[in-house]
Design a protein around this ligand. Sequence first.
Ligand SMILES: [Zn+2]
Length: 219
Amino acid sequence: MSLNTQEKLRCPKCGCLNDITLWQSLTVSDSLDLKQALLKGELNVLICKDCGSRAIVPTPLLYHDEEKKLMLSFMPTENAEEANKQFESIKSSSKESGELEELKGYNLRYISDYNTLLEKLLIFDSGLSDKTIEVIKLMVLLQEPDMADKRTALFGKRYDDGSIEIMVRNLDDGAVFTSKAPPETYKTIHTALKSSGVKDISFDWEIVDREYAEKLLGC
Ligand SMILES: [Zn+2]
C-alpha cells in the first residue's frame, strides 16, 4: 500500500513556503504513476513554485514491487555510522516482526542515497542483478587503478543486444565518460558469482555497493 503525508516545506534557496506530498511507502502494483515519478527523480523532491529550484527532501521511502519480488528500504543519510545503525535496526525489526519470513525469495536492499535508489530501480527493471553490476562497475574503475578512488561508477542502461553501459564520473572535475561491457561479460561474471555462492535472492536485508563488490573481488 502506498502512503503519504502532506507537508509545508520552505524552499532552501528562496525560503518560499511550498505544499508538498511526501511518500513514505510505494507499492508498484497500486501506484505505477508514482514509480514513474520516482524514475524521473521527482518523487519526494521539492520543486519550488516560486523560484523553480529543486531539492531532494531527505525522507525515508519503502519501495515494494510484488511482481519482481523486490523491496528497497531507502533511508537517506550521508553519515556512514548512521547508515550502519539504520541497517542493523531494519535487519532486527524485520526479523522480530516476522516480516523477513514473509519475504522469502525477495531481493531486499538497504539504500542511503537517492541516486543509488534510482540506479537500483533501473538495474532491476532491466532484469539484471545489481550484485553482478557492482562487480562490473568496480572492474571498469580498476581498469585505471590509480584513478579508481577518484571516480564513481553508475549503471547507465542495458542495450537491446544485452551490453551494459556504465557511466564513470571524476570526483574532482565532474567529467563523465561511458564504458560499455559486452553481453558476454555480464553472463560470465554472473555465472562466476553464482558458482561462488552469490544468490539472486536475499536471505536478509543487504547492502550491495562498491564495498560489497570489493569484498567479492578480494580488493
Ligand atoms: Zn524557491
